[in-house]
Write a protein that binds this ligand. Sequence first.
Ligand code: FES
Ligand code: FES
Length: 185
Amino acid sequence: MTEALPTTTAPESAIPTRELSLTVNGRPCRVVCQDRQLLVEVLREQLRLKGTHIGCLNGDCGACTVELDGKAIKSCLVLAPAAEGSEIITLEGVGPDGGGLDPLQQAFWDNDGFQCGFCVPGQIFAARQLLARTLEPSDAEIREAVAGNICRCTGYQTIIESVRAAAQAIGEGTEGLVPEVDTPA
Ligand code: FES
Ligand code: FES
């Protein structure tokens, strides 16, 4: 029988590191990361922002979604060093400064838009981008907007209803506006 080769891995100290400057949820911060680290790992491990979830780590589920410079991105697909100098909003930064829920979060709460909550980052950030473009989305537009986010609990109907309710609340001016973001060309 052929003897197995020993497993060799680089010692942790041999992995290049760098310091990043980020603005996360409106607060400037500096964080040391390894060159190979993913943005989702830095957010969760170094910055302890556990509202950003890890599901598939390959861009399929959307649980790791954050806003990076105003655009919703899957943070498992971004190497942390590539985020140098950027402004990031995580789920913890969506609500009002003084605490509580923003209109979108409130609508998800009121309409049973989640159960376990694992997919919430993807659904909320997808919906924020949609409602920044239109406050009168059709159900088809809502479905398309959240399509990149897998939910294993709700069957999606209550997510659609939550986004519709948020659009109505914001449109009626009873709630604050979601921030403006760049729309895709
Ligand atoms: S963990 Fe990033 S898309 Fe699934
Ligand atoms: S609420 Fe559980 S995965 Fe969506």
